[in-house]
Design a protein around this ligand. Structure first.
Ligand SMILES: *Cc1c(COP(=O)(O)O)cnc(C)c1O
Length: 372
Protein backbone atom coordinates (compact mmCIF):
# COMPACT_ATOMS: atom_id res chain seq x y z
CA UNK A 1 0.00 0.00 0.00
CA UNK A 2 1.31 3.45 -0.86
CA UNK A 3 0.72 6.44 1.32
CA UNK A 4 0.18 9.76 -0.40
CA UNK A 5 2.69 12.07 1.27
CA UNK A 6 2.22 14.44 2.78
CA UNK A 7 -1.48 14.17 3.60
CA UNK A 8 -3.36 17.49 3.62
CA UNK A 9 -4.29 19.09 6.94
CA UNK A 10 -7.97 18.45 7.58
CA UNK A 11 -9.82 21.05 9.69
CA UNK A 12 -13.19 19.29 9.58
CA UNK A 13 -15.45 19.79 12.62
CA UNK A 14 -16.57 16.17 12.39
CA UNK A 15 -16.26 13.50 11.35
CA UNK A 16 -12.76 14.79 11.81
CA UNK A 17 -9.14 13.90 11.14
CA UNK A 18 -7.64 10.93 12.96
CA UNK A 19 -3.97 10.55 13.90
CA UNK A 20 -2.19 9.25 10.81
CA UNK A 21 -0.53 6.56 12.90
CA UNK A 22 -3.94 5.22 13.92
CA UNK A 23 -5.09 5.05 10.31
CA UNK A 24 -1.88 3.22 9.38
CA UNK A 25 -2.39 0.66 12.14
CA UNK A 26 -6.03 0.11 11.21
CA UNK A 27 -4.98 -0.32 7.56
CA UNK A 28 -2.21 -2.78 8.41
CA UNK A 29 -4.58 -4.84 10.56
CA UNK A 30 -7.53 -4.61 8.20
CA UNK A 31 -7.40 -8.12 6.73
CA UNK A 32 -5.92 -10.00 9.66
CA UNK A 33 -6.09 -8.65 13.18
CA UNK A 34 -3.15 -10.00 15.23
CA UNK A 35 -3.02 -13.34 13.42
CA UNK A 36 -6.70 -14.07 13.99
CA UNK A 37 -7.35 -14.40 10.26
CA UNK A 38 -10.19 -11.91 10.62
CA UNK A 39 -10.81 -8.22 10.23
CA UNK A 40 -12.13 -6.59 13.42
CA UNK A 41 -15.30 -5.94 11.39
CA UNK A 42 -15.79 -9.69 10.93
CA UNK A 43 -15.42 -10.80 14.56
CA UNK A 44 -18.07 -11.88 17.01
CA UNK A 45 -18.40 -9.27 19.70
CA UNK A 46 -18.50 -12.13 22.20
CA UNK A 47 -15.31 -13.81 20.99
CA UNK A 48 -12.04 -13.69 22.93
CA UNK A 49 -10.39 -11.48 20.29
CA UNK A 50 -12.96 -8.71 20.41
CA UNK A 51 -13.36 -8.95 24.19
CA UNK A 52 -9.63 -8.24 24.51
CA UNK A 53 -9.99 -5.18 22.22
CA UNK A 54 -12.97 -3.95 24.24
CA UNK A 55 -11.30 -4.49 27.61
CA UNK A 56 -8.15 -2.67 26.60
CA UNK A 57 -10.16 0.24 25.18
CA UNK A 58 -12.17 0.55 28.39
CA UNK A 59 -9.09 0.30 30.60
CA UNK A 60 -7.16 2.84 28.53
CA UNK A 61 -10.03 5.33 28.48
CA UNK A 62 -10.43 5.02 32.25
CA UNK A 63 -6.74 5.68 32.70
CA UNK A 64 -6.61 8.47 30.15
CA UNK A 65 -9.46 10.45 31.72
CA UNK A 66 -8.77 9.31 35.30
CA UNK A 67 -12.35 8.04 35.57
CA UNK A 68 -13.11 7.05 39.19
CA UNK A 69 -14.15 3.46 39.94
CA UNK A 70 -17.72 4.47 40.82
CA UNK A 71 -18.34 5.62 37.26
CA UNK A 72 -19.38 3.21 34.52
CA UNK A 73 -18.03 3.57 30.99
CA UNK A 74 -20.60 2.63 28.35
CA UNK A 75 -19.94 2.18 24.63
CA UNK A 76 -23.22 2.96 22.93
CA UNK A 77 -24.76 4.03 19.62
CA UNK A 78 -27.00 6.94 18.72
CA UNK A 79 -24.48 9.79 18.80
CA UNK A 80 -24.68 13.02 20.74
CA UNK A 81 -28.13 13.71 19.34
CA UNK A 82 -29.28 10.29 20.48
CA UNK A 83 -28.06 11.11 24.00
CA UNK A 84 -30.21 14.25 23.97
CA UNK A 85 -33.13 11.82 24.36
CA UNK A 86 -31.33 8.97 26.13
CA UNK A 87 -30.11 11.11 29.04
CA UNK A 88 -33.59 12.38 30.03
CA UNK A 89 -35.04 8.90 29.45
CA UNK A 90 -32.57 7.57 32.03
CA UNK A 91 -32.05 10.41 34.47
CA UNK A 92 -35.05 12.76 34.46
CA UNK A 93 -37.55 10.58 36.37
CA UNK A 94 -40.03 12.62 34.28
CA UNK A 95 -39.37 15.63 36.51
CA UNK A 96 -37.62 18.92 35.83
CA UNK A 97 -34.30 19.14 33.98
CA UNK A 98 -32.25 22.34 33.64
CA UNK A 99 -30.12 23.61 30.77
CA UNK A 100 -27.62 26.39 30.23
CA UNK A 101 -27.74 27.56 26.62
CA UNK A 102 -24.42 28.57 25.11
CA UNK A 103 -24.95 27.62 21.45
CA UNK A 104 -26.64 25.32 18.97
CA UNK A 105 -25.83 22.07 20.74
CA UNK A 106 -27.15 22.96 24.18
CA UNK A 107 -30.22 24.49 22.51
CA UNK A 108 -30.89 21.26 20.65
CA UNK A 109 -30.46 19.23 23.82
CA UNK A 110 -32.87 21.45 25.78
CA UNK A 111 -35.53 21.10 23.10
CA UNK A 112 -35.26 17.32 22.85
CA UNK A 113 -35.43 16.78 26.61
CA UNK A 114 -38.83 18.50 26.57
CA UNK A 115 -40.30 15.35 25.04
CA UNK A 116 -39.60 13.36 28.19
CA UNK A 117 -39.35 15.84 31.04
CA UNK A 118 -40.03 19.45 31.99
CA UNK A 119 -37.13 21.12 30.26
CA UNK A 120 -36.10 24.48 31.76
CA UNK A 121 -33.58 27.12 30.77
CA UNK A 122 -31.48 28.12 33.80
CA UNK A 123 -29.40 30.63 31.79
CA UNK A 124 -28.87 31.57 28.16
CA UNK A 125 -26.23 33.42 26.19
CA UNK A 126 -28.53 33.81 23.20
CA UNK A 127 -28.77 37.61 23.61
CA UNK A 128 -24.99 37.83 23.04
CA UNK A 129 -25.31 35.83 19.82
CA UNK A 130 -23.68 32.95 21.73
CA UNK A 131 -20.33 34.59 22.19
CA UNK A 132 -19.98 34.08 25.95
CA UNK A 133 -20.82 31.81 28.88
CA UNK A 134 -23.30 33.30 31.36
CA UNK A 135 -21.67 33.74 34.77
CA UNK A 136 -22.61 30.66 36.82
CA UNK A 137 -23.45 32.90 39.79
CA UNK A 138 -26.35 34.26 37.69
CA UNK A 139 -27.82 30.87 36.74
CA UNK A 140 -31.40 30.35 37.92
CA UNK A 141 -31.05 26.69 38.85
CA UNK A 142 -34.02 24.64 40.01
CA UNK A 143 -32.66 22.96 43.13
CA UNK A 144 -35.09 20.08 42.63
CA UNK A 145 -34.12 19.44 39.02
CA UNK A 146 -33.01 15.89 38.18
CA UNK A 147 -29.85 17.35 36.64
CA UNK A 148 -28.38 20.38 34.92
CA UNK A 149 -27.05 19.95 31.38
CA UNK A 150 -24.33 22.00 29.70
CA UNK A 151 -22.45 21.59 26.44
CA UNK A 152 -18.88 21.93 27.66
CA UNK A 153 -17.59 22.70 24.16
CA UNK A 154 -19.96 24.26 21.63
CA UNK A 155 -18.59 22.95 18.34
CA UNK A 156 -20.46 25.42 16.13
CA UNK A 157 -20.08 28.64 18.13
CA UNK A 158 -16.56 27.89 19.36
CA UNK A 159 -17.28 28.30 23.07
CA UNK A 160 -15.64 26.17 25.75
CA UNK A 161 -15.94 26.05 29.53
CA UNK A 162 -12.42 26.52 30.85
CA UNK A 163 -13.69 25.22 34.18
CA UNK A 164 -16.76 23.10 34.86
CA UNK A 165 -19.33 24.73 37.15
CA UNK A 166 -19.42 23.52 40.75
CA UNK A 167 -23.17 23.11 41.19
CA UNK A 168 -22.89 22.32 44.88
CA UNK A 169 -21.07 25.61 45.49
CA UNK A 170 -23.86 27.32 43.54
CA UNK A 171 -26.35 25.95 46.06
CA UNK A 172 -27.77 23.17 43.89
CA UNK A 173 -26.71 19.68 44.87
CA UNK A 174 -27.82 18.08 41.60
CA UNK A 175 -25.86 16.10 39.00
CA UNK A 176 -24.12 17.96 36.19
CA UNK A 177 -24.49 16.41 32.73
CA UNK A 178 -21.92 17.45 30.14
CA UNK A 179 -22.03 17.00 26.40
CA UNK A 180 -18.29 16.87 25.79
CA UNK A 181 -18.52 15.42 22.27
CA UNK A 182 -16.10 17.86 20.71
CA UNK A 183 -13.42 18.16 23.38
CA UNK A 184 -13.34 14.81 25.17
CA UNK A 185 -9.74 13.63 25.66
CA UNK A 186 -8.38 17.10 24.85
CA UNK A 187 -8.15 18.11 28.53
CA UNK A 188 -8.81 16.59 31.93
CA UNK A 189 -12.29 16.32 33.46
CA UNK A 190 -12.99 17.20 37.11
CA UNK A 191 -15.17 14.20 37.97
CA UNK A 192 -16.06 15.63 41.38
CA UNK A 193 -18.30 18.07 39.46
CA UNK A 194 -19.77 15.66 36.91
CA UNK A 195 -22.58 13.10 37.16
CA UNK A 196 -22.64 12.06 33.52
CA UNK A 197 -20.51 12.86 30.49
CA UNK A 198 -21.34 11.83 26.95
CA UNK A 199 -19.56 12.20 23.64
CA UNK A 200 -20.03 11.08 20.08
CA UNK A 201 -16.71 9.65 18.90
CA UNK A 202 -16.31 11.38 15.56
CA UNK A 203 -14.69 14.62 16.76
CA UNK A 204 -11.79 13.54 18.92
CA UNK A 205 -11.94 9.77 19.34
CA UNK A 206 -12.66 7.82 16.19
CA UNK A 207 -15.27 7.02 13.57
CA UNK A 208 -18.93 8.04 13.83
CA UNK A 209 -21.27 5.38 15.17
CA UNK A 210 -19.76 5.09 18.64
CA UNK A 211 -20.98 7.12 21.60
CA UNK A 212 -19.17 7.17 24.94
CA UNK A 213 -21.20 7.58 28.12
CA UNK A 214 -19.47 7.88 31.49
CA UNK A 215 -21.99 7.84 34.31
CA UNK A 216 -21.84 7.79 38.10
CA UNK A 217 -23.28 4.53 39.41
CA UNK A 218 -26.01 6.04 41.57
CA UNK A 219 -27.54 7.68 38.48
CA UNK A 220 -28.01 4.30 36.78
CA UNK A 221 -31.20 2.32 37.30
CA UNK A 222 -33.86 5.04 37.14
CA UNK A 223 -34.91 4.82 33.48
CA UNK A 224 -38.46 5.67 32.48
CA UNK A 225 -40.57 2.66 31.49
CA UNK A 226 -40.69 3.91 27.89
CA UNK A 227 -36.87 3.97 27.58
CA UNK A 228 -35.80 1.63 24.74
CA UNK A 229 -33.92 -1.37 26.17
CA UNK A 230 -30.85 -0.75 24.00
CA UNK A 231 -30.60 2.74 25.51
CA UNK A 232 -31.26 1.80 29.12
CA UNK A 233 -28.00 2.54 30.97
CA UNK A 234 -28.70 -0.16 33.54
CA UNK A 235 -29.07 -2.89 30.91
CA UNK A 236 -26.10 -1.59 28.94
CA UNK A 237 -23.92 -1.46 32.08
CA UNK A 238 -24.98 -4.90 33.31
CA UNK A 239 -24.06 -6.38 29.94
CA UNK A 240 -20.65 -4.67 29.56
CA UNK A 241 -22.03 -2.60 26.65
CA UNK A 242 -23.11 -5.81 24.89
CA UNK A 243 -26.83 -5.87 25.51
CA UNK A 244 -27.04 -5.27 21.79
CA UNK A 245 -24.15 -5.60 19.33
CA UNK A 246 -21.89 -2.68 20.12
CA UNK A 247 -20.23 -0.60 17.38
CA UNK A 248 -17.24 -2.92 17.27
CA UNK A 249 -15.22 -1.11 14.59
CA UNK A 250 -15.69 2.21 16.37
CA UNK A 251 -14.56 0.72 19.69
CA UNK A 252 -11.47 -0.74 18.00
CA UNK A 253 -10.44 2.53 16.32
CA UNK A 254 -11.21 4.59 19.44
CA UNK A 255 -9.04 2.10 21.34
CA UNK A 256 -6.16 2.84 18.96
CA UNK A 257 -6.73 6.55 19.58
CA UNK A 258 -6.73 6.13 23.39
CA UNK A 259 -3.46 4.24 23.11
CA UNK A 260 -2.05 6.99 20.87
CA UNK A 261 -3.04 9.76 23.31
CA UNK A 262 -1.53 7.86 26.23
CA UNK A 263 1.80 7.69 24.36
CA UNK A 264 2.01 11.43 23.51
CA UNK A 265 4.96 13.38 24.90
CA UNK A 266 5.58 17.11 25.35
CA UNK A 267 8.70 17.88 27.34
CA UNK A 268 8.17 16.22 30.73
CA UNK A 269 4.48 15.64 30.09
CA UNK A 270 2.89 12.45 28.81
CA UNK A 271 -0.56 11.34 27.76
CA UNK A 272 -3.47 13.70 28.35
CA UNK A 273 -1.27 16.35 29.96
CA UNK A 274 0.94 16.35 26.86
CA UNK A 275 -2.03 16.59 24.47
CA UNK A 276 -3.53 19.38 26.57
CA UNK A 277 -0.29 21.38 26.56
CA UNK A 278 -0.08 21.01 22.80
CA UNK A 279 -3.74 22.00 22.38
CA UNK A 280 -3.22 25.13 24.50
CA UNK A 281 -0.25 26.13 22.37
CA UNK A 282 -2.01 25.44 19.06
CA UNK A 283 -5.11 27.46 20.02
CA UNK A 284 -3.12 30.32 21.55
CA UNK A 285 -1.09 30.91 18.41
CA UNK A 286 -4.11 30.78 16.14
CA UNK A 287 -6.16 33.21 18.26
CA UNK A 288 -3.15 35.49 18.65
CA UNK A 289 -2.78 35.67 14.90
CA UNK A 290 -6.50 36.33 14.33
CA UNK A 291 -6.60 39.02 17.05
CA UNK A 292 -3.48 40.74 15.73
CA UNK A 293 -4.76 40.85 12.18
CA UNK A 294 -6.92 43.64 10.82
CA UNK A 295 -8.48 41.27 8.33
CA UNK A 296 -9.80 38.34 10.39
CA UNK A 297 -11.88 38.33 13.52
CA UNK A 298 -13.21 35.91 16.11
CA UNK A 299 -16.12 37.33 18.12
CA UNK A 300 -16.10 35.00 21.14
CA UNK A 301 -15.24 36.43 24.57
CA UNK A 302 -11.55 35.55 25.11
CA UNK A 303 -12.25 33.66 28.35
CA UNK A 304 -14.82 31.43 26.60
CA UNK A 305 -12.88 30.60 23.46
CA UNK A 306 -12.66 26.97 22.43
CA UNK A 307 -9.30 25.30 22.02
CA UNK A 308 -10.87 22.87 19.57
CA UNK A 309 -13.14 24.86 17.27
CA UNK A 310 -12.07 28.30 16.09
CA UNK A 311 -14.72 30.16 14.06
CA UNK A 312 -13.52 33.29 12.29
CA UNK A 313 -14.67 35.80 9.70
CA UNK A 314 -12.93 37.63 6.87
CA UNK A 315 -13.32 41.42 6.90
CA UNK A 316 -14.34 41.17 3.27
CA UNK A 317 -16.84 38.33 3.10
CA UNK A 318 -17.00 38.54 -0.68
CA UNK A 319 -13.58 36.83 -0.56
CA UNK A 320 -14.86 33.73 1.27
CA UNK A 321 -14.96 31.50 -1.79
CA UNK A 322 -11.47 32.62 -2.89
CA UNK A 323 -10.18 31.95 0.61
CA UNK A 324 -11.50 28.39 0.60
CA UNK A 325 -10.25 27.64 -2.92
CA UNK A 326 -6.78 28.89 -2.04
CA UNK A 327 -6.78 26.90 1.20
CA UNK A 328 -7.73 23.69 -0.55
CA UNK A 329 -5.02 24.20 -3.17
CA UNK A 330 -2.51 24.30 -0.31
CA UNK A 331 -3.81 21.19 1.34
CA UNK A 332 -5.84 22.93 4.04
CA UNK A 333 -9.21 21.20 3.93
CA UNK A 334 -12.75 21.77 5.26
CA UNK A 335 -12.35 25.30 6.64
CA UNK A 336 -15.85 26.44 5.74
CA UNK A 337 -17.86 27.63 8.75
CA UNK A 338 -21.12 26.03 9.86
CA UNK A 339 -24.03 27.32 7.80
CA UNK A 340 -25.79 28.76 10.86
CA UNK A 341 -22.81 30.98 11.74
CA UNK A 342 -21.15 31.54 8.36
CA UNK A 343 -17.54 32.54 7.80
CA UNK A 344 -14.81 30.02 8.49
CA UNK A 345 -14.08 27.48 11.19
CA UNK A 346 -10.81 25.73 11.92
CA UNK A 347 -11.30 22.63 14.04
CA UNK A 348 -7.98 21.77 15.62
CA UNK A 349 -8.66 18.60 17.56
CA UNK A 350 -6.06 16.34 19.16
CA UNK A 351 -5.15 14.80 15.79
CA UNK A 352 -4.27 18.18 14.22
CA UNK A 353 -0.48 18.47 14.39
CA UNK A 354 0.99 21.81 15.40
CA UNK A 355 2.46 21.97 11.88
CA UNK A 356 -1.11 22.10 10.57
CA UNK A 357 -1.87 25.19 12.65
CA UNK A 358 1.41 26.77 11.51
CA UNK A 359 0.49 26.06 7.88
CA UNK A 360 -2.93 27.63 8.41
CA UNK A 361 -1.40 30.76 9.96
CA UNK A 362 1.06 31.06 7.05
CA UNK A 363 -1.87 30.88 4.65
CA UNK A 364 -3.93 33.41 6.65
CA UNK A 365 -1.01 35.84 6.51
CA UNK A 366 -0.49 35.38 2.79
CA UNK A 367 -4.18 35.68 1.96
CA UNK A 368 -4.47 38.83 4.06
CA UNK A 369 -1.58 40.40 2.14
CA UNK A 370 -3.08 39.47 -1.20
CA UNK A 371 -6.43 40.96 -0.12
CA UNK A 372 -4.92 44.29 0.97
C1 LIG B 1 -21.23 16.67 16.82
C2 LIG B 1 -21.89 16.98 18.10
C3 LIG B 1 -23.10 16.35 18.49
C4 LIG B 1 -23.90 15.47 17.56
O1 LIG B 1 -23.42 14.26 17.33
P1 LIG B 1 -24.19 13.25 16.39
O2 LIG B 1 -23.25 12.11 16.33
O3 LIG B 1 -24.44 13.89 15.07
O4 LIG B 1 -25.46 12.86 17.06
C5 LIG B 1 -23.61 16.65 19.73
N1 LIG B 1 -23.01 17.53 20.54
C6 LIG B 1 -21.87 18.16 20.20
C7 LIG B 1 -21.25 19.12 21.13
C8 LIG B 1 -21.29 17.90 18.96
O5 LIG B 1 -20.15 18.52 18.61
Amino acid sequence: MTTPTPRPFNFSAGPAALPEEVLQTAAAEMLDWHGSGMSVMEMSHRGAEFISIYEKAERDLRRLLAVPQNYRILFMQGGGIGENAIVPLNLSRAGVVDFVLTGSWSQKSQKEAGKYATSRVAASAEASGFTEIPNPASWQIDRDAAYLHICSNETIHGIEYQQLPDLKALGADIPLVIDCSSHIASRSIDWSRVGLAFAGAQKNLGPSGLTIVIVREDLVGHALAICPSAFNYELVAKNQSMYNTPPTWGIYVAGLVFDWVLRQQEGDLTGLAAIEARNIRKAAKLYAYLDGSGFYRNTVAPTARSRMNVPFFLADESRNADFLTGAKARGLLQLKGHKSVGGMRASIYNAMPEAGVDALIDYLREFEKSAA
